[in-house]
Design a binder for this molecule. Structure first.
Ligand SMILES: CSC[C@H]1O[C@H](OP(=O)(O)O)[C@H](O)[C@@H]1O
Length: 358
């Protein structure tokens, strides 16, 4: 399956070439494929904040490259580059608050700097570390795709309807995607009748990005309004809801795109299995439960403007872009290190220490 997935790879949203980062502007997809060039850490922080690039793993990868570019600038300025680089760490860390991968990637870069040997070129070291974060995310997605495929096959070995939310594909990661990587593998394995995709208001990551990725690979896809999910689960036979994660607390609670929590409640009510797919870089053991995960709220204008039309003026808005799905609503969390059925603190600990629970 690994080779078959590699053969299908079409979408690439992050391009690192000769010390410069180019990003496929996801705000313009699917109607326009426009690439934006970032030359500095500030450019990358802005691209993350403005959603040029989005998706927890992709945000972490870009922050790593942004820090490498920041170091190049600081070295050219002369003086105490370590002190000056702290500004770049801060800019990138403040770009968005929820995705654990952002802070995990920045920590990886900081630890690489702390391991510098006397005489070692810091720029070479950081650029290599950023490339390694990118490559290992892509590799983790290939591994998770196969783990997820086996869970789907074990549950039912025939073509079935799957439902996903937001975009967790190649656009949101270093390649192939997390939840969408599992769905890609299920399609290649002949187990997909149709993939139902929620539009994912207000940024429409589902109807704009996921539908575009799946259509491009001939995967049967059906877009529905977020508010249609309950009726869809009541009237059509959906076997799995498969989503990504921006941050997973120590007890298995999951922060993900707004609307994920309601899908998990609906899954429980309708007897649909609920799978979360995320690499262990999304797990934040410093947080006991999902109650501690910072949930980003974005400007009300993102809610009130549709296709350039204002829906209402000067009205109060409630626009959190993430919510928390409690672990007891999740059947399984798939990571690159293995799967955790009925996630719990003990299950997460066993996964990370490679201990088998049963
Ligand atoms: C591969 S997980 C991507 C994750 O990020 C999305 O949020 P956003 O588009 O706001 O960055 C969504 O929560 C996805 O599950």
């Amino acid at each position: 399956m690994r080779e078959r997935l590699l053969a299908t790879e079409k979408v690439k949203s992050i391009d690192w070439c000769e010390g410069r980062l180019r990003l496929l502007d996801q705000r313009r997809l699917p109607m326009q494929e426009i690439w934006q060039t970032c030359d500095t850490a500030a450019d990358v922080a802005s691209a993350i904040r403005e959603m040029v690039v989005r998706g927890a793993p992709a945000i972490g990868i870009c922050a790593a490259y942004g820090l490498a570019m920041g170091l190049r600038t600081r070295l050219a300025e002369g003086g105490d580059w370590r002190l000056a680089l702290e500004e770049d760490f801060r800019l990138l860390a403040e770009s968005r608050p929820t995705a654990a991968n952002l802070f995990w990637a920045l920590r990886q870069m900081r630890e690489r700097l702390e391991r510098l040997k006397p005489g070692e070129d810091p720029l070479v070291a950081l650029e290599a570390q950023a490339a390694s974060i990118h490559a290992s995310d892509r590799e983790a997605n290939l591994t998770m795709a196969q783990f997820g495929l086996e869970l789907i096959r074990k549950h039912r070995g025939s073509p079935q309807n799957l439902l996903t939310h937001c975009n967790t594909g190649a656009l949101a990661s270093g390649g192939f995607g997390t939840a969408l990587g599992v769905i890609r593998a299920a399609h290649l394995g002949g187990l997909v009748e149709c993939v139902y995709v929620g539009e994912t208001r207000p940024w429409l990551q589902g109807s704009r990005l996921t539908a575009w990725e799946l259509q491009g690979e001939g995967v049967p896809v059906c877009v529905h309004a977020d508010s249609a999910a309950a009726h869809l689960l009541k009237t059509r036979a959906i076997s799995w809801i498969i989503v990504g994660a921006d941050r997973i607390a120590a007890n298995g609670d999951v922060a993900n795109k707004i609307g994920t929590y309601s899908l998990a409640v609906l899954a429980m009510h309708h007897g649909v299995r609920f799978m979360v797919v995320a690499s262990t870089s999304a797990i934040d053991l410093t947080l006991e439960s999902g109650d501690d995960i910072p949930l980003e709220e974005r400007a009300g204008t993102e809610l009130l403007e549709v296709n350039g039309q204002r829906c209402a003026a000067d009205v109060e808005t409630f626009n959190p872009v993430f919510d928390i799905t409690p672990a007891d609503l999740i059947d399984v969390i798939v990571t690159e290190k293995g799967v955790v059925e009925r996630p719990s603190t003990a299950g997460i600990e066993a996964l990370l220490s490679h201990r088998r629970l049963h």
